[in-house]
Design a protein around this ligand. Structure first.
Ligand code: GLC
Length: 422
């Protein structure tokens, strides 16, 4: 790559600059706490400069774990008032306040990668032994709490849980959620242009759900029964599935209790069969589906394509997804747009409705590699390199122009560049 040395230095500087007492903020101002999947991905970047700091990132994240095993989507390690909704609105009364939902569980897969690539194997094995019970508890929570009827498909309770906040796939189900009736002041718009962020009517409903969790006393059974938003999110299901396979492999090498392995293998088999109920012959893709109304949404997003990363597509399905991926890549220049450009809801600049995210390009490239889609995986890598050379380390990028959008000096963008190609 051009300017490789300079880009490496800049990426490392971003990690150090975003380091706050052992955890890394995604970017100062806009996101001043520790986020779940950001932390895992950022740890991969730390591995390139300071392995013990990388393990600390994960330990800090796990400090926020709930007694029931959930690893929350945000850990509010310190009070900062540049973000809304903060800990008071979420109302989680714990030593370290957190939100009440989780995020795409890439954590275990990344811990496995870290252990494999660690130069300091002694440290890696020590950390792994120490955190494995917590990782097991996190995955048990997903299946027990979010799939209590053992269908093979976990549900998600909030668009923020998907990590793809305002994806058009959530529009219809979110519209069925009532709006909050109290007044509030958003803070994201103080940091980023409003045409790059979600709309007000979406925010009203995001907050209704936050209130609903609090009013339900965070009781899993009540929430499962009454939550007005329940989604079979192909992204979460796929990322969880891949991570559970990685967890089984970690358990086997660490010689952890056989019972866990057997139990997780059962969940893996259930999902491999149940995922077919989300397949659409018309769209030639898996589709996100409302778990309350059972309506599936024909909009193609990076979430639906994540089945490739999750290794959930069978031979026929993967052949169709390869064709889809190819034309998706050909539509825009900088990798996989968060919404397929041929869908009516596509907007190249608005958050998860079109722009490109570096870590998503990377996850999909891993999936493409697994299926032997070598051309597509190479195209993803080259497009991602071009993006960084052209625009630097933004939160995400306009998929047509490559212009950086959202927050600048962004941790996961820097981390993935370091891990993947720098
Ligand atoms: C936004 C993104 C989410 C990410 C967070 C912090 O909410 O949608 O995926 O984890 O920002 O970067």
């Amino acid at each position: 790559m051009k300017n490789n040395e300079k880009l490496i230095e800049q990426a490392k500087d971003i990690l150090y600059k975003n380091d706050v007492d052992g955890y890394t903020v995604p970017t100062h101002g806009l996101y001043p706490f520790q986020w779940n999947w950001d932390a895992a991905i950022t740890a991969l970047g730390w591995m390139k400069t300071d392995e013990s700091r990388a393990w600390l990132e994960i330990e800090m994240l796990l400090k926020g774990q709930w007694d029931n095993g959930m690893v929350p989507h945000i850990i509010f390690h310190q009070e900062v008032d540049s973000y809304f909704p903060g800990p008071k609105v979420w109302g989680v009364d714990k030593d370290i306040p957190t939100t009440a939902i989780s995020q795409p569980p890439v954590l275990v897969s990344i811990v496995k990668m870290m252990a494999e690539q660690a130069k300091d194997q002694k440290l890696a094995q020590e950390k792994l032994t120490q955190m494995l019970p917590q990782l097991i508890a996190y995955h048990q929570w997903w299946y027990n709490d979010r799939d209590p009827e053992n269908t093979g498909l976990v549900v998600s309770y909030h668009p923020w849980e998907s990590g793809m906040d305002n994806s058009p796939a959530w529009d219809k189900s979110l519209a069925a959620v009532p709006p909050v009736t109290w007044q509030y002041k958003r803070k994201d718009l103080e940091h980023v242009d409003s045409d790059e962020r979600p709309h007000a009517n979406e925010y009203d409903r995001y907050l209704y759900l936050v209130d609903f969790f609090k009013k339900s006393n965070f009781d899993s059974e009540v929430i499962y029964r009454d939550c007005p938003y329940k989604m079979y999110d192909v992204g979460i299901i796929s990322i969880l599935h891949k991570a559970t396979k990685d967890l089984v492999s970690l358990c086997q090498t660490s010689k952890v209790n056989e019972q866990h392995v057997t139990w997780f293998n059962k969940q893996i088999a259930l999902t491999e069969s149940a995922i077919n109920t989300l397949w659409s012959d018309e769209q030639n893709s898996f589709l996100n589906t409302d778990a309350i109304t059972k309506e599936s949404f024909p909009v193609l997003t990076t979430g639906t394509l994540m089945a490739i990363y999750g290794e959930l597509a069978n031979k026929e399905q993967s052949a169709k997804l390869k064709i889809l991926m190819k034309s998706w890549l050909d539509e825009t220049e900088f990798g996989i747009s968060s919404t397929y450009a041929k869908c009516a809801q596509y907007e190249p600049q608005r958050y998860w409705r079109g722009p490109v995210w570096l870590h998503i390009n990377w996850l999909l490239a891993l999936g493409a590699e697994h299926y032997g889609f070598n051309e597509e995986s190479l195209q993803l890598k080259e497009a991602s390199q071009t993006l960084i050379e052209k625009s630097g380390y933004f939160e995400y990028f306009n998929c047509e122009t490559g212009a950086g959008c959202g927050g600048d000096d962004f941790s996961w963008t820097a981390a993935i560049a370091l891990h993947w190609f720098l």
